[in-house]
Write a protein that binds this ligand. Structure first.
Ligand code: GLN
Length: 284
């Protein structure tokens, strides 16, 4: 028996507690192959790893077993059909957030029907740039801006924009402070919204806490976003935000108290109330 044969390496991985899918992906990475090409592994399960490949694989398995996200190990994450570079400077884009992008695109379609100007869109706290880039790629006529309080995160987002050839205007700063005097037709954000004592955080120790955790009730940043929006939205402009699984009612209340109209919530792919938005109808 050769323990460096792919078949044995994968069997072994399961004994260490690694998920089969993760082991397959890490093995493909170590082999320098497309990490999604699992069919190749199945077709070549008696191939042998070189000692270098085996070492690379063992090192990444260790990182994964310590809880590091696969996306950081691979250095990439797919989001809304885009290949994004990610590392520990930014939150790993989640499929849940594709709900927010789809809602933004639906909103832009309706808004575009009533105006001939290029629509101005803002992604607040862009992280890897995922939301801004997905919108700009799907709606190339929009003028998309993106902000982050973290210069490190903006560096990642800029790299992604460059690699994808998408024009985004970046600004550094905390929420609306990054765009003084600017107005937008649509603003979107996936801010931190996890409460500091949420046990869920124990599984998220590798991602930047500043992208995950917010104030005592998880709503501090959502509140700043909602309250600051009216002076940065064009009349009839929209604000759409992502929030926690049990925050929808409280976030709708924030929007209504701030004077927003047409306040509603959309579910994510798991059927959980994940995004809430509203329209600013009054001229500020
Ligand atoms: N949805 C992420 C999670 O629960 C958190 C993202 C965020 O705080 N914006 O893992």
């Amino acid at each position: 028996m050769n323990t460096l044969a792919i078949r044995h390496v994968l069997l072994d991985a399961q004994r260490t507690g690694l998920e089969r899918l993760d082991a397959q992906m890490l093995l493909l990475l170590a082999l320098g192959r497309n990490p999604n090409d699992r069919a190749w592994l199945l077709a070549h399960d008696d191939s042998l790893l070189t000692p270098d490949q085996a070492t690379r694989y063992a090192q990444t398995c260790e990182r994964r077993l310590r809880g590091e996200p696969l996306a950081y190990i691979a250095g990439h994450k797919e989001f809304f059909g885009l290949d994004l570079q990610v590392d520990a400077r930014v939150l790993v884009p989640r499929p849940d957030t594709e709900t927010l992008v789809q809602w933004a695109l639906d909103t832009l379609e309706v808004t575009a029907a009533g105006t001939s100007r290029p629509l101005r869109v803002l992604d607040l706290g862009t992280g890897s740039g995922a939301i801004a880039l997905a919108i700009q790629r799907s709606q190339p006529a929009t003028d998309t801006w993106a902000t982050d309080a973290s210069a490190d995160a903006l560096a990642v987002a800029r790299t992604n924009a460059m690699a994808l050839g998408l024009p985004i205007t970046f600004r550094e700063g905390r929420w609306w402070n990054a765009v003084p005097g600017e107005r937008f037709h649509l603003a979107v954000s996936n801010p931190p919204y996890i409460e500091p004592d949420d046990p869920h955080l124990q599984r998220l120790t590798h991602e930047p806490p500043s992208a995950l955790v917010a104030g005592p009730d998880g709503l501090t940043d959502l509140r700043d976003l909602v309250l600051g929006a009216p002076s940065h939205l064009h009349p009839e402009g929209w604000l759409l935000v992502e929030h926690g699984h049990d925050q929808a009612g409280r976030v709708r209340a924030l929007f209504r108290q701030a004077g927003f109209a047409n306040v509603s919530t959309r579910n994510d792919i798991a059927g959980i109330e994940r995004c809430t938005g509203g329209q600013w109808l009054e001229k500020p």
